[in-house]
Write a protein that binds this ligand. Structure first.
Ligand SMILES: C[S@@+](CC[C@H](N)C(=O)[O-])C[C@H]1O[C@@H](n2cnc3c(N)ncnc32)[C@H](O)[C@@H]1O
Length: 303
């Protein structure tokens, strides 16, 4: 989750689309407006909104710019463009987001999965060896199901339990499991991390809330104003959830089992300190695509 200076989006009174009702014109207008608003990825956002809202492919966008678009579709594009200008992410506007190989539903009750969280999936998969071994996995703070469902999609003999304190997030996770035919190998439980789980797991994964309470105000508006606070707030030092999860390891992770957690790169040493003082051994620290330490793999001792 990137911090940035706060920059309010311009409040537009006039319509965005005033020229010819043609595909190419709508797209170019939106790119220009998003650039003027200093949206970080204006061309990509414009393309996604135009193709998804007008139900055209990127190839059509390039090959058929004179295609006439009807007024209802332009009105819907205008509505969505204004949502983007107000700070909502493209994923939230469209209600879905790509993660790993899955297309996931997102809602106002779920964190929008981030590409860097795929580092947790990669590290978790290396712990599941041999790949065909039956494995029981828990995802603490499952949100949309991004981590758990990605792992289940790669490990066909694995079964997963997704836990969240948010009932509404669990509804989305369950829908995502059904959407990807993974509901037969997953179940979802409302609980305070692992506190209510009676089983012992081979692998536990978690991307817990880890932003310090004070830093929440400095997050970019797309995150600060739209991701649920429950998914962000890690307490005064950002480590509350790690302490809770690490304390639960003896009752929920089998001896020799693996726990993979996502971290804020700046909190790397602090998270490792909290883990080691509870007897967990650091197996690996993995970088995300930006080269920042993003996931830590920990092992419970055999005794
Ligand atoms: C950073 S989000 C991660 C969501 C998802 N796993 C992902 O990576 O996209 C943290 C999640 O933990 C959940 N959560 C917060 N506190 C919790 C608690 N005490 N017990 C269980 N889940 C909790 C939030 O509702 C949220 O879904």
């Amino acid at each position: 989750m990137q911090n940035c200076s706060l920059k309010p989006m311009p409040d537009r009174a006039e319509p965005i689309f005033t020229g010819e009702p043609e595909l190419g014109n709508l797209y170019n207008t939106l790119r220009r407006v998003f650039r003027e608003a200093e949206i970080s990825t204006p061309d990509l956002d414009a393309r996604l909104l135009v193709t998804e809202t007008l139900d055209v492919t990127t190839t059509q966008l390039i090959a058929n710019p004179r295609l006439t678009i009807d007024a209802d579709q332009i009105a819907e594009l205008e509505r969505r463009a204004r949502e983007r200008l107000a700070g909502r992410s493209i994923g939230r506007i469209l209600g879905r987001r790509a993660f790993w190989s899955l297309d996931l539903r997102v809602s106002d009750d779920t964190l929008e999965p981030r590409p860097e969280t795929e580092t947790v999936v990669e590290l978790a998969l290396t712990a599941l060896y041999p790949p065909e071994a039956p494995t029981l996995i828990a995802d603490l703070g499952v949100g949309t199901g991004a981590i758990l469902l990605s792992i289940l999609s790669e490990r066909l003999a694995a079964y997963g339990v997704g836990v969240d304190i948010s009932y509404k997030a669990l509804i989305e996770a369950r829908r995502n499991a059904e959407r990807h035919n993974l509901d037969g190998r997953s179940s979802f439980v409302q609980a305070n991390f692992g506190a209510a789980l009676a089983q012992t797991f081979d692998l536990v994964v978690s991307n817990p809330p880890y932003v310090t309470t004070a830093d929440i105000a400095t997050l970019e508006p797309t995150v600060r104003d739209f991701d649920p606070r429950l998914a962000l707030d890690g307490g005064v030092d950002g480590l509350n959830a790690y302490r809770a999860v690490f304390d639960q390891v003896p009752t929920m992770l089998r001896p020799g089992g693996t726990l993979v957690v996502e971290i804020d790169p700046a909190a790397r040493d602090a998270v490792i300190y909290e883990a080691e003082r509870r007897g967990l051994e650091v197996v690996a620290v993995a970088d995300d695509l930006n080269g920042d330490a993003r996931a830590v793999s920990l092992r419970r001792s055999m005794v």
